[in-house]
Design a protein around this ligand. Structure first.
Ligand code: FRU
Length: 493
């Protein structure tokens, strides 16, 4: 069975050199180079470098038996490839090494905690995947699965918990102990987040129920992460089967952030606020780490499951991660901004102040597809608010990706229906923004993506685009009049 990993590594050695250094890869967003990726896993500081693993099927651009791919970075911008770390090669994980976390042990080894999936055929002929939590320990390149796996299984679940939906452990160390949160499906059929504890990160037991869905916010809660931030406790999770709720949550696979207080006696999260994490079309399965300088940095899969069948055929890889974000809590809400490291790669600054916009306008030098651009928008006439303010990016004769502010109902719309997709997928999102005296939009673009940060991180929204890279014009227009400042940098990575 060990051959499964060797086969994946041999495949990478053969096919990755054909992709590395070519201009089909994003410049600074992490992708696999070959095959399919979904959730980030094991995002952790190990021996002074940040390691990132990911759900990975090397052989095709669609989901298959899950491996763990592996990269590392010093700056969240350059990603060095490492060989495939885990393959589904044991009886307890033969149908997939699903998502999980990682931590550096005191003896200098790196521990991965993941979900092992084993399909079992039921009497009705249907196969179900039994999910258990497993560990593997290694040196930052090679990992050995623990002989005592699984370390958590059905018998560790509280009553009513489902062994079929029991996954995605995220591990951390606090108050002299190891802790892990995992998603589970309790008797009410929706989701819950369970907490487990361990003295040595190897022997685990159930600790408490941290939060429940109660069929209110989707069903199964996947990929949980729990951490302290700015005096609050934050739980992030990705619910399946969400119903839409106004402009906050969209249907299907969505993301959720609960901000509150952790009651240490009952080890349960008391909620103050619940909100979406990202308001774009492509964002799922968050995972965070703490840097030595105290920053909480989050990454996520920049993709949605719903549109994951829509591919540009010639690409040998599918799926990418967001540009990692620095998180804060302010006034009970989550604040997200791109990692500050990206600013080291800014070049060729172009700036404009107080430009009056009404007709469609191009500003000299404001164009490009690898960029970090901030636009501040104010009404041209305070007594007569504009109806719409629009920025079109990735524009050529046929294509454009639209960002549109509508003050009347305080929304931002992004429309990528002319952004190079070969299928009719979800292309438009509207989401609430606040614009007091001005609206501030920071736009980060890479070869296949657009990420927008509103008002210094009050909202973030991620979109995959496949517009040909030659479509690099940017235009501004307004129904009414607006006054804008623009600061644009090219990102040279
Ligand atoms: C979330 C998820 C996880 C699971 C993994 C399988 O996207 O469904 O719950 O561990 O993907 O690839």
């Amino acid at each position: 069975m060990r051959n499964t990993l060797q086969k994946a590594r041999a495949f990478e050695n053969k096919y990755l050199p054909r992709v590395e250094g070519t201009d089909i890869l994003p410049r600074f967003h992490m992708t696999a180079g070959v095959g399919w990726i979904n959730d980030p896993n094991g995002f952790s500081l190990y021996k002074g470098e940040y390691h990132l693993f990911f759900q990975y099927y090397p052989y095709d651009v669609k989901w298959g038996p899950m491996h763990w791919g592996h990269v590392k970075t010093k700056d969240f911008v350059h990603w060095d490839r490492l060989p495939c770390a885990l393959a589904p090669d044991m009886p307890y994980d033969k149908d997939g090494c699903f998502s999980g976390g990682a931590i550096e042990l005191p003896d200098g080894r790196h521990l991965l905690m993941y979900t092992g999936v084993r399909n079992v055929r039921r009497s009705n002929g249907l196969a179900v995947g039994y999910q258990t939590q497993c560990i593997a320990i290694g040196d930052g390149v090679d990992y050995q699965k623990y002989e005592g796996n699984p370390v958590l299984d059905e018998k560790d679940l509280p009553e009513g918990g489902s062994p079929i939906d029991f996954r995605d452990p995220k591990i951390w160390f606090e108050d002299g102990k190891y802790w892990a949160v995992a998603g589970n499906r309790p008797a009410d059929g929706s989701g819950s987040i369970l907490l487990f504890e361990s003295e040595d990160a190897i022997h685990w037991k159930y600790s408490s129920n941290v939060a429940n869905c109660h069929n209110q916010f989707g069903k199964m809660w996947e990929c949980p992460d729990l951490f302290e931030l700015d005096g609050k406790t934050v739980l992030m999770t990705s619910p399946q089967d969400m119903n839409s709720m106004g402009l906050e949550f969209h249907p299907g696979n969505s993301t959720l952030c609960i901000i509150g207080t952790f009651d240490k006696k009952i080890r349960h999260l008391l909620r103050d606020n619940i909100q979406a994490i990202d308001y774009g079309t492509d964002f799922y399965a968050t995972q965070s780490l703490l840097t030595p300088d105290g920053r909480r940095i989050m990454t996520a899969w920049m993709q949605s499951w719903e549109s994951s069948g829509s591919k540009v055929k010639k690409l040998p890889f599918f799926g990418q991660m967001i540009l990692p974000r620095e998180l804060h809590v302010k006034d009970g809400r989550l604040i997200q901004n791109p990692v500050r490291e990206i600013e080291d790669f800014r070049a060729y600054k172009i700036s404009y102040q107080n430009v009056m916009i009404s007709q469609e306008t191009n500003l000299q030098g404001v164009s490009g597809r690898f960029l970090d651009m901030t636009v501040r928008v104010r009404p041209g006439n305070r007594n007569n608010m504009y109806r719409y303010f629009k920025i079109n990016v990735a524009v050529d004769g046929e294509r454009a990706t639209l960002i549109r502010h509508k003050p009347e109902n305080s929304t931002l719309r992004v429309d990528r229906s002319r952004s190079g997709f070969p299928h009719d997928i979800v292309n438009t999102r509207d989401f609430p923004v606040t614009a007091g005296d001005e609206l501030k939009l920071r736009i980060i673009m890479d070869r296949y993506s657009l990420e927008i940060f509103v008002n210094d991180g009050e909202q973030a929204a991620s979109f995959v685009i496949y517009t040909p890279i030659t479509a690099d014009s940017i235009s501004f227009s307004c129904d009414g009049t607006a006054v804008i400042d623009v600061e644009k940098y090219e990102l040279i990575v």
